[in-house]
Unconditional design. Structure first.
Length: 663
């Protein structure tokens, strides 16, 4: 979360505004874990530049000091109030002889004593929390015009093209660990475009069905903008995929209860709500097959609730063919089951005549939907041609429509084959779910079987797959260079270190009770010994390097001597080959300059997110070393944040034991 501070600079009318920043604003923001920047020299020079506008408009919070009648401050405050409805906090020095301007007089703001601004830190912190948690409007412009909407944040924030490219490459190469690392960096390094950067990463994670990682990303977004429509819609999808339908519906209700929501947004919100009802309907017959499943599916009121909700969503926005297709699919299921089970259908009604009337009503609704959805799809296709663009979701939706309307299974299979080519995994997974439903209920069975025959194998990352392995992530000391004083890992304790690693890995594997995977880098010392131990114990292992293999060997391994070179070369002959974070082995240009953040630290944190992306049933961080200044302490903090168990091997204790044994 990031704040932007608008204030005078230096000494003005007896107030040292730089000291107010240092003694009041900065401590309060730090206590609230909020990063900040100010208008700085841009306002001192009277020059409102593009990056200042971006700070004013895109910041999660703006703090404006209105102690004195400063034109630049009031201009900046006016810009903020004109384009953002809330999260603007006013502060001012008390007893300065100048009244608060009339237009701001009724607004709640924090007063401070200019001689002792630090006395108001607690009040400032409370005001920050209130401002961030409340969704109430504090802009006088939005208060006067309640139907006015803030512009889309993505229109106000310039995400660096290099960041966009890195997200896209990570998505195409299915590098979930890299995406997790980038989300963490955006959240912790206080980049001004953090919100939209997180959105890009979260959408890429959704595309790869990395639902738990996407949940963390979008929940971080939600904390910044709890009323953001897209964030709540995506959370609705993520919670649904993770099986938490109650949380999903809460997120979607936030969209539907927003009086300013556009018709398109309401249509998607209702569609996602209908999908949750459909999930409950599927759950009502999921443990049965054949006639039993068909009877239970037809008997469930959730079948018709889901149908009606999808139909309402389609009527909200006839350009949105997705809910129309789903309404059409559900009414088709109801009609086909009613025809296949006439006695059961009749038993659900008061009379045979009422059963016949209801079935005819469903058939008329299906006929109307078929025409409307077909027209909606045609219109979407025509608009796409005009733009010279492609849309795999539209391709799959057209295949779904053919499934529901054609009596030629070969045509159905051909439509899906073409639509699935290069389609994102998320789209494939959604399409398969519909076909699985038809197959189990034996509805349009020939069409469904023909379609499923051209689908790729099911992904192990799909929702409901088996949990990942127990992961042991290793980090720690390298072997000491010659002459290092005091010693941390001299060559003389190499065998003791190796045995300590073997003992620790053995205990973790024994307690995990399932498949185990070892992850580390390939540095001379603990990393290579850990890899060797994993191989001897029959544990699968993976190697992750910060840069190209040859460069890593030349710069990191060779300096340690021939013994370690041979171990590294032996490692390279094994499978799988090492994975590399960056061919340049340097920090990305889009990252802000942070003194302690180095390529080596970034690579170590990357391995944490690689391990998390495996969704391990248990994550253990095995740390070799003692020194707090060493690289592994930030890694330890990151792993603990995600619930990892920490196992520490003290090199100083091994040194003491070695000294005692040789005395």
């Amino acid at each position: 979360m990031r704040a932007f501070v608008v204030r005078p600079f230096g000494m003005r009318e007896g107030i040292n505004f730089d000291e107010v920043q240092r003694r009041l604003i900065d401590p309060a923001l730090s206590m609230a874990a909020i990063g900040s920047s100010t208008t700085g020299a841009f306002l001192q020079a009277g020059n409102i530049r593009q990056d200042v506008f971006q700070g004013l408009l895109a910041a999660d919070l703006v703090i404006a000091d209105i102690s004195v009648h400063n034109a630049n401050v009031f201009y900046s405050l006016g810009v903020r109030h004109a384009l953002q409805r809330n999260r603007t906090l006013l502060i001012g020095a008390s007893q300065r002889g100048q009244e608060v301007p009339f237009d701001l007089r009724t607004d709640r703001y924090i007063e401070y004593n200019a001689d002792r601004p630090e006395d108001r830190i607690e009040a400032m912190l409370e005001a920050l929390r209130f401002t961030l948690l409340s969704d109430s409007v504090d802009s006088p412009i939005f208060q006067a015009l309640p139907q006015l909407r803030s512009p889309d944040r993505s229109q106000l924030v310039a995400v660096p093209p290099l960041f966009r490219e890195e997200v896209e490459v990570a998505k195409q190469r299915r590098r979930r660990g890299v995406l997790g690392l980038m989300a963490s960096e955006v959240m912790t390094l206080s980049v001004p475009w953090a919100t939209e950067g997180l959105r890009l990463v979260g959408l890429a994670q959704l595309n790869l069905l990395a639902f738990r990682a996407a949940k963390a990303t979008f929940e971080a977004l939600w904390k910044v903008a709890p009323a953001d429509t897209e964030t709540n819609q995506r959370l609705g999808t993520i919670y649904q995929r993770l099986g938490d339908l109650d949380a999903s519906e809460q997120a979607l209700q936030r969209v539907l209860s927003d009086p300013g929501a556009a018709r398109q947004e309401r249509a998607e919100g209702l569609s996602l709500m209908a999908r949750n009802i459909k999930d409950r309907w599927r759950a009502s017959w999921a443990d049965s097959r054949g006639a039993s499943a068909a009877e239970r599916a037809l008997s469930s009121p959730d079948l018709f609730r889901a149908f009606e909700t999808y139909r309402r969503a389609f009527h909200q926005n006839l350009d949105s063919f997705y809910p129309g297709l789903n309404a059409m699919a559900l009414v088709t299921i109801a009609i086909e089951l009613a025809k296949k089970l006439p006695d059961h259908w009749e038993s659900l009604h008061e009379s045979e005549e009422q059963a016949r009337i209801d079935l005819e009503r469903l058939e008329r609704q299906r006929e109307r939907l078929s025409g409307a959805v077909g027209t909606s799809l045609d219109a979407a296709r025509e608009q796409l041609r005009d733009r010279g663009a492609e849309d795999r979701w539209l391709d799959i939706s057209e295949a779904d429509y053919i499934l529901l309307t054609s009596d030629k299974p070969r045509r159905v299979a051909s439509a899906y084959r073409n639509a699935l080519a290069s389609a994102p995994e998320f789209f494939v997974d959604a399409a398969r779910l519909l076909l699985d439903t038809f197959q189990v209920l034996e509805v349009l069975q020939q069409n469904a079987e023909a379609a499923l025959s051209v689908f790729p194998p099911r992904s192990s990352s799909a929702a409901g797959s088996t949990p990942g392995p127990a992961v042991i992530l290793f980090t720690g000391e390298r072997v000491d260079p010659p002459g290092m004083s005091p010693p941390r890992f001299p060559d003389s304790i190499r065998e003791r270190v190796r045995q300590a690693i073997a003992d620790a890995v053995g205990r973790v594997r024994e307690s995990s009770g399932g498949p185990t995977l070892g992850i580390s880098s390939g540095a001379p010392g603990g990393d290579l010994l850990f890899q060797e131990v994993c191989e001897e114990l029959g544990i699968d292992r993976q190697v992750y390097l910060p840069g190209p293999v040859d460069r890593f060997r030349g710069e990191q391994v060779s300096a340690a001597g021939r013994f370690w070179e041979e171990k590294f070369d032996a490692l390279l002959r094994k499978e799988p080959p090492p994975e590399v974070l960056s061919e340049l082995e340097a920090l990305p240009l889009w990252l802000p300059a942070v003194p302690a953040y180095t390529p080596s630290l970034r690579a170590a944190l990357w391995m944490v997110h690689v391990a998390l992306a495996l969704e391990p049933q248990r994550l253990t961080l095995l740390v070799l070393g003692d020194t707090e200044e060493h690289l592994f302490w930030p890694v330890r903090d990151a792993a603990e944040q995600y619930g990892a168990t920490i196992v520490n091997i003290s090199t100083s204790e091994l040194l003491e034991a070695n000294t005692a044994s040789t005395a």
